[in-house]
Ligand binder design. Structure first.
Ligand code: NAD
Length: 257
């Protein structure tokens, strides 16, 4: 028995990075997974490789831009029907932007909120009714340590990821009451993790120096790997965490201690 055997999970931004690592770990631990991404070909490649490893019908993929509000309900229903249900939603898709309040362009600010925050409102709004059919359910929203610790040059990202932290608590309280304690909602707050999101920093400093520079800011002394986050998401998706809702799980090497 895997730790999420019988679960049916929907993961956004699953074509690479943390979403891909989570989808692969869920499949190894017995779940069916749907991977969506604005990069549809990338999502399909991840699903195909999971099916090769774990058998046809383990993974499904759809192209979906999480800012496309009209498509959310449809894609969730398609995934629900393909997997035979839905009981885990991982709102992972997210983007960052570098800029202070004076430098940042207003359109960029709004776009970061749309990808990182509005997507969570929409995903939860339409997933919860489908999840109610299947007993215990879990929503995991990927925030960031930047949702807890602010910096001058991340005004859009700081704002968005702090909102992810709080919308998760509101949804947790709503679900606790309205689903008779069946559906939970939590946020996860990674520190720097070695995924393509760090590509720009690697271009600026070279890969080795970029990772060392970021690692020096973390008390545990190193940048994380995608599975460090996938393990946290796995715990929150599994029934091992059935009494856990409304928390902010920091996977941050001690940076916020
Ligand atoms: P990544 O850039 O490697 O992957 C993000 C994925 O999301 C990509 O496949 C991309 O195509 C997809 N995506 C982007 N915009 C989308 C949209 N509008 N609709 C659908 N898909 C979209 O990033 P990652 O490091 O895997 O990050 C995943 C999540 O973790 C993000 O929410 C990010 O903010 C958060 N996070 C990452 C780190 C880190 O250091 N890697 C740290 C803290 C938080």
């Amino acid at each position: 028995m895997g730790r999420v055997s019988g679960k049916m999970a929907f993961i956004t931004g699953g074509a690479q990075g943390l979403g891909e690592a989570t989808a692969r770990m869920f499949a190894r631990e017995g779940a069916k997974v749907t991977v969506t991404d604005v990069n549809g070909a990338g999502a399909e490649a991840v699903a195909a490789s999971i099916n090769e490893a774990h058998g046809a019908g383990t993974a499904f993929a759809w192209q979906h831009d999480v800012t496309d509000a009209d498509r959310w309900q449809e894609v969730l229903k398609e995934a629900h029907d393909a997997m035979g249900g839905l009981n885990v939603l991982v709102n992972n898709a997210g983007i960052g932007s570098l800029g202070s309040v004076e430098d940042e362009n207003y359109e960029t600010f709004k776009h970061v909120q749309a990808v990182d925050v509005d997507s969570i409102f929409l995903g939860c709004k339409y997933a919860i009714p489908l999840m109610r059919e299947h007993g215990l359910g879990s929503i995991i929203n990927i925030s960031s340590i930047a949702g807890i610790i602010a910096s001058a040059n991340y005004v859009s990202y700081n704002t968005a990821k702090a909102a992810v932290r709080h919308i998760s608590k509101s949804i947790a309280l709503h679900c606790a009451k309205s689903t008779g304690g069946q559906i939970r909602c939590n946020s996860v707050h990674p520190v720097f993790i070695n995924t393509p999101i760090l590509d720009r920093t690697k271009e600026m400093f070279g890969e080795e120096e970029a990772l060392a520079k970021l690692g020096r800011q973390i008390p545990l002394g190193k940048v994380g790997e995608p599975d460090d986050i996938a393990y946290a998401v796995l715990y929150l998706a599994s029934d091992e965490s059935k009494l856990v809702t409304g928390i902010e799980l920091k996977v941050d090497g001690g940076i916020s201690a």
